[in-house]
Design a protein around this ligand. Structure first.
Ligand SMILES: Nc1ncnc2c1ncn2[C@@H]1O[C@H](COP(=O)(O)OP(=O)(O)OP(=O)(O)O)[C@@H](O)[C@H]1O
Ligand SMILES: [Mg+2]
Length: 233
């Protein structure tokens, strides 16, 4: 069975007077992603890639359609079911700053989700944070700095460590390296690939850059105006 199966997913944005204007950002999208596999997603700016990623994760409410995670329809999940789903599926954004509190030290940024989801005992926390920071190849001394004192590449590694703390089975990577210079970009992409093999994580990998997507993905979906218009192996 595929880890993730998306069927006829739609996300419409309503705007204007009496919410009568409809924008069909995601308009009937279907795909599958196997365990430990990567589906790349490419398409022009505004075609609906980020909306699709967020709707799959239930960060946005779908207008219609189904999302099956291990065969279970999660589109109607609420409350604690939705919260526990939140550890199994993660998102990594283009701007790691957007998920990091500037006044929170790196240590706490990595520890926060562990506390929130009670993923380790208090006396294990330090060890777990250290382990996570090593996994993303950051030096321990960065733990007591603030986000403003780190480079873009280092911040993206912190965001990845935070996500990994929840032992996710599925990650949406939304242009995770497009703000980074080419060398750092290559390092982060290699890190994601390494983690994928090590932990058998499935990815929806969103990018503008077809070369990057081809290198990262088992299969690539091409999106245009809310629809997937083709797949490439
Ligand atoms: N909250 C919102 N309300 C109304 N319309 C929105 C909202 N968010 C996005 N849109 C519109 O939906 C469309 C798809 O946006 P989305 O961000 O998913 O595109 P994208 O493919 O990720 O683009 P990019 O490559 O620039 O990141 C765009 O036309 C956008 O203007
Ligand atoms: Mg986007």
């Amino acid at each position: 069975m595929e880890l993730l199966k998306v069927e006829g997913l739609r996300k419409y944005y309503y705007s204007g007077l009496f919410k009568k204007e409809v924008h069909r950002a995601v308009d009937g999208v279907s795909f599958e992603i196997g365990r430990g596999k990567t589906l790349g997603l490419v398409g022009k700016s505004g075609c609906g890639k980020s909306t699709l990623g967020k709707t799959v994760l239930r960060l946005l409410e779908p207008t219609s359609g189904r999302v099956l995670f291990e065969g279970q329809d999660i589109s109607g999940f609420k409350g604690s079911a939705l919260k526990s789903l939140g550890t199994r599926m993660q998102i990594i954004f283009q701007n790691p700053e957007s998920c990091l509190n500037p006044r929170m030290k790196i240590y706490d940024a990595v520890a926060e989700p562990l506390r929130l989801h009670r993923l380790c005992e208090k006396d294990e926390e330090r060890g777990r944070v250290q382990e996570l920071i090593e996994t993303v190849s950051l030096s321990e001394e960065l733990l007591f700095r603030y986000p403003g004192e780190l480079s873009g590449g280092q911040l993206q590694r912190v965001a990845i460590a935070r996500a990994l703390g929840m032992k996710p089975e599925f990650i949406v990577a939304d242009e995770p390296t497009s703000m980074l210079d080419p060398l750092v970009q290559a390092q982060i992409l290699s890190l994601l690939k390494k983690l994928q093999t090590e932990y058998e994580i499935s990815f929806l990998f969103i990018s503008h850059d077809l070369r990057v997507v081809e290198w990262m993905s088992d299969e690539v979906a091409i999106m245009e105006a809310g629809k997937i218009v083709g797949f490439m192996q």
